[in-house]
Design a protein around this ligand. Structure first.
Ligand SMILES: Nc1nc2c(ncn2[C@@H]2O[C@H](COP(=O)(O)OP(=O)(O)OP(=O)(O)O)[C@@H](O)[C@H]2O)c(=O)[nH]1
Ligand SMILES: [Mg+2]
Length: 256
């Protein structure tokens, strides 16, 4: 179970998984601006076999950074809150300012995997803040809103941006959110599948409101990252595409 520290420079391998604790201090519920290098844990060399204790009291073996990106209003914050707290932020839409993060430790096949989940602001005016975080991300969840065609059309622009700022081998997943809003849907599932296939991305439809496929999306990413950093030679390779295709549930009118 050996893991190497890799360069952080663009074009290098994905940042090494970190076992260093992250600050778990109080953060604004839905907005705030975290600074890289302060609250953000550094990507130090992993130390297998020595569980770390986060300042929030959470033990973990290995930590990864997962960033949520996509247009404003697609549901990034709600998806994160659904995964972290199992709740849905209904009511007035409060757009994220700058960037915010939350942590959650998952048990992945007996290994404590800590996900540091970065919630970015989708608004154009915060784009330069977001750019600074891409290079440290191990995984990106790219969201569009199935009730908002523009957010789907902008996926290609987001992919261009990701290509420019993120590590070339960052784990990436495309998510079509808000599938509970069946009557307002304007982006068909097949359109999402087609786009994902075109770019070779794993794809799922989600609902932060009902929770459909939310845990699955984060768990699949955690499994992929854990395998990348700790895979034993004898272990079969984890296939993210196959996993989400097999486990992903489809939204239905009556049983979301
Ligand atoms: N019906 C439905 N509404 C959702 C869902 N997810 C989010 N919303 C609503 O969509 C609006 C925007 O959600 P946010 O999570 O704040 O959007 P965001 O992507 O974080 O937006 P920015 O912070 O501006 O980038 C809110 O009013 C949410 O209640 C969902 O799965 N279903
Ligand atoms: Mg937000």
């Amino acid at each position: 179970m050996s893991r190497k520290k890799t360069s952080k420079s663009k074009g290098a391998s994905a940042p090494a998984a970190s076992t260093l604790p992250a600050a778990n201090g109080p953060h604004p519920a839905r907005s705030g601006t975290a600074r890289p290098g302060s609250d953000a844990p550094p990507n130090g060399p992993p130390q297998p076999g020595r569980p770390s204790l986060g300042s929030g009291g959470d033990f973990y073996d290995v930590a990864f950074k997962v960033m949520l990106v996509g247009d404003s209003g697609v549901g990034k914050t709600c998806l994160l809150v659904r995964f972290k707290d199992g709740a849905f932020l209904a009511g007035t839409f409060i757009s994220t300012v700058g960037i915010d993060f939350r942590n959650k430790v998952l048990d992945v096949d007996g290994v404590k995997v800590k996900l540091q989940m970065w919630d970015t602001a989708g608004q154009e005016r915060f784009r330069s803040v977001t750019h600074a975080y891409y290079r440290d991300a191990h995984a990106l969840l790219l969201l569009y809103d199935v009730t908002n065609k523009a957010s789907f059309d902008n996926i290609q622009a987001w992919l261009t941006e990701i290509h420019e700022y993120a590590q070339h081998d960052v784990a990436l997943m495309l998510l079509g959110n808000k599938v509970d809003s069946a009557h307002e849907r304007v982006v068909k599932r097949e359109d999402g599948e087609k786009l994902a296939k075109e770019y070779g991305l794993p794809f799922m439809e989600t609902s932060a409101k009902t929770g459909l496929n939310v845990d699955l999306a984060f768990t699949a990413i955690a499994k992929e990252l854990k395998q990348r950093s700790m895979k034993a030679p004898s272990e079969p390779r984890f296939r993210l595409h196959d996993y989400v295709n097999r486990k992903g549930r489809r939204a239905s009118c009556c049983h979301p």
